[in-house]
Design a binder for this molecule. Structure first.
Ligand code: PCA
Length: 200
């Protein structure tokens, strides 16, 4: 089973992004039976999605699982849907704010993810990690990358399945805020459980 696991570079003034730390950690000892490739995606409206598509085209994975940080979430959020809308509430790392624009002109309003979200949820829970299903990946880069990948797979009739998990902030990112957080170790345990679920 070939799995492409992606994380995003830091954004929004933070100098870390747990999604990237999880990806790098899991790459040092991937679960058995998984041929793992990882990629770091820029938080940039142009190169973020294109880096993901190029990685899919060059590796041709059975599954691509993308991770991103969602400050304010209190659990791993297994996303169910991507919508055809960019409406950034903060600037991307190129300093650009996109408002009320479609990701793909005349593209479908939304795509459902193509991984078994209930099975993933059960697998993460079985690893004793808080997780929920989510029906919004937001309207920033994470939703955009998920939409672009699902659209790419659809229009090219690829067999690749596409999923997305948002992760909470790290404790050290929110020390001065009343915002939920989760330790890196717990997030890694949850994402490993999700990968093992996808592989079987
Ligand atoms: N989270 C952002 C983009 C990069 C990331 O890690 C988001 O939720 O859109």
């Amino acid at each position: 089973m070939k799995i492409l696991l992606t994380g995003f570079e830091p954004f929004g003034g933070s100098n870390v992004n747990p999604s990237l730390q999880i990806v790098r950690s899991i790459a040092t000892s991937p679960p058995m039976d998984i041929e793992l490739q990882i990629a770091m995606l820029p938080v940039d409206r142009i190169t973020g999605p294109s880096t993901a598509v190029v990685a899919v085209e060059s590796f041709r994975p059975d599954v691509v699982l993308c991770l991103g940080q969602a400050t304010g979430r209190d659990a791993l959020s297994i996303e169910r849907v991507a919508i055809n809308l960019m409406d950034y509430s903060l600037a991307d790392n190129a300093g650009v704010v996109v408002t009320d624009e479609p990701i793909i002109l005349n593209g479908p309003a939304a795509y459902f993810v193509s991984v078994p979200v209930r099975n993933l949820l059960s697998a993460v829970h079985a690893a004793h990690v808080p997780a929920r299903l989510s029906t919004t990946a937001g309207t920033f880069l994470c939703n955009q990358v998920l939409y672009v990948l699902l659209h790419h797979v659809a229009v090219n009739t690829l067999q690749t399945r596409v999923g997305f998990i948002h992760v909470p902030a790290l404790p050290e990112q929110v020390v001065e805020q009343t915002v939920p957080s989760m330790s890196l170790e717990t997030m890694i345990t949850g994402v490993r459980a999700a990968l093992e679920c996808l592989a079987h």
